[in-house]
Ligand binder design. Structure first.
Ligand code: LAC
Ligand code: ZN
Length: 467
């Protein structure tokens, strides 16, 4: 566990801040145990910690006022969307005030002709897609959970479509952010390109609430492709599946999705989502384009797969079948939880250059074979990104120590291949100890940015790095 060191927060200051916030928000400021408990955790294994109060603002200006009160009393502020982060990003480690953005649920402006949209931060990815589908548009970034778009921007999330459409890094055009002193800024206009000054959009994307609170997000949209086809292909060996991916990417096939699920993960998905695919190392793939384009891409990938011990492609062509397939894929964390009732999921997340992917996964599987822990493997392998989901009882020190050992070996392996300790889940609490190993001296620059924008250290303290 990380034991962050920061100046202790004065309880008198917290109580004074709460009284001021109550005057500002009335019953939209809660100190009830139930509400605080709900905001003490995310979907990770990390130990919950209760905030002192939870605020439910209605506007960006109200967020600014809340932050100003907290700044005056040096009380921590943590933004909260859907609570679906996987590395403890929203856990208020030092208490303070959680700002729940639940009322920021409006799609503000769809610019269909420009293929962009501005939403309030708590609009979720599915909510946005339901809203724009009729206009023939979609937003591709899809982490497992139906996360909020503000939270996805804050953690630089991605998902299964990133291999074709990029991550939040490529798809956020601009943000409205409340800074630690209450200033409200807009990081960019809607032009697709800009060379005007520092790129603050990218600074805030992935800053995990440590530099400011995102209240509005402008995103790129895409036209729904004319044709889409998804398929499942089982392999005789894990190596064969991975090499199929590597060759597909190296050939430049514009595949929309290419996901690897190992045999353990397939068993878990079959049980949870009532599917009956073979319990083998498997690829889920999807092609987007014109009818002809999809056909051509599919033929290329089928022939690559056949050369690597892949079986028949089982096509999911009807919209319900495709949707069932991808929902099953998105639900892996819930499926893994159901494998061992009462367990927590320690979901790791490394990403390596594609040429090193086979080596990285095969060495990792060797570690797993020698361990007593169960950890299904799933990944956005077209990006070189994969996860293990350790099924652990977090009260058992032996299990925790083993997950920590395996996780550390995995991260160090990825770093030795010029990869990263997190492709998409973020640093949060769980990856803090690897940040210097990954970035070296660059972390000191990050600290300087943090000090410049949040000199009092009130924004989501104890995350990403200690001060
Ligand atoms: C997923 C989460 C674990 O890929 O990132 O389902
Ligand atoms: Zn993922």
């Amino acid at each position: 566990m990380q034991t962050a060191t920061a100046a202790p927060i004065s309880q008198t200051a917290v109580q004074t801040a709460i009284a001021e916030l109550q005057a500002l928000l009335g019953d939209r400021l809660s100190t009830s145990t139930g509400v605080r408990d709900h905001h003490s955790k995310d979907e990770s294994w990390h130990i919950p910690h209760r905030p002192d109060a939870v605020a439910f603002p209605n506007t960006t200006e109200e967020v600014s006022k809340i932050v100003q009160v907290c700044a005056r009393h040096r009380v921590p502020v943590v933004a909260y969307g859907t609570g679906t982060s996987l590395e403890g990003a929203v856990i208020p480690e030092f208490g303070g005030v959680v700002i729940d953005l639940v009322n920021f649920d409006q799609v503000l402006q769809v610019n269909a002709e420009d293929l962009d949209v501005t939403v309030q931060a708590r609009v979720t990815r599915k909510q946005l897609n339901d809203y724009i589908r009729d206009q023939g548009l979609f937003f591709p970034i899809d982490p497992g959970a139906d996360a909020s778009l503000g939270g996805m921007a804050a953690t630089r999330a991605s998902g299964t479509n990133a291999v074709r459409y990029g991550t939040m890094r490529e798809n956020v055009l601009g943000l409205t952010v409340v800074l630690a002193d209450g200033r409200i800024i807009r990081t960019s206009r809607r032009a697709r390109k800009s060379a005007a000054g520092y790129d603050l959009t990218r600074l805030f994307v992935g800053s995990e609430g440590t530099l400011g609170i995102i209240t509005e997000v402008t995103l790129r949209l895409y036209g729904i492709p004319e044709a889409m086809a998804a398929a499942v292909c089982s392999f005789d060996s894990l190596e064969g599946a991975i090499n199929t991916v590597i060759q597909t990417i190296q050939l430049g096939v514009p595949i929309a999705r290419i996901e690897l699920l190992d045999d353990v993960q397939m068993d878990s998905v079959n049980r949870f989502s009532k599917l009956d695919y073979p319990v083998k190392d498997t690829l889920f793939v999807e092609f987007h384009g014109t009818e002809n384009g999809v056909k051509e891409q599919a033929e290329i990938v089928q022939s690559i797969a056949a050369e690597h011990g892949g079986g028949e492609f089982k096509w999911a062509t009807k919209p319900e079948e495709r949707s069932h397939l991808w929902t099953a894929r998105h639900d892996v964390t819930y499926a893994n939880k159901a494998l061992r009732p009462g367990c927590e999921i320690w979901a790791t997340d490394v990403c390596v250059p594609i040429s090193r992917l086979a080596e990285c996964i095969l060495e990792t599987k060797k570690d797993l074979k020698e361990s007593f822990l169960i950890a299904p493997l799933v990944g956005h392998v077209g990006d070189g990104n994969f996860h293990l989901g350790f099924l652990i009882n977090r009260e058992d020190p032996k299990e925790l120590a083993e997950a920590e050992r395996l996780n550390e070996r995995l991260v160090m392996r990825a770093l030795s291949m010029d990869g990263t300790c997190t492709g998409e889940h973020g640093i949060g609490l769980g990856k803090m100890k690897f940040l210097v190993a990954e970035h070296g001296e660059a972390v000191s620059v990050m600290r300087e940015v943090k000090k410049a924008l949040d000199p009092l250290g009130i924004m989501n303290p104890g995350k990403i790095f200690s001060m």
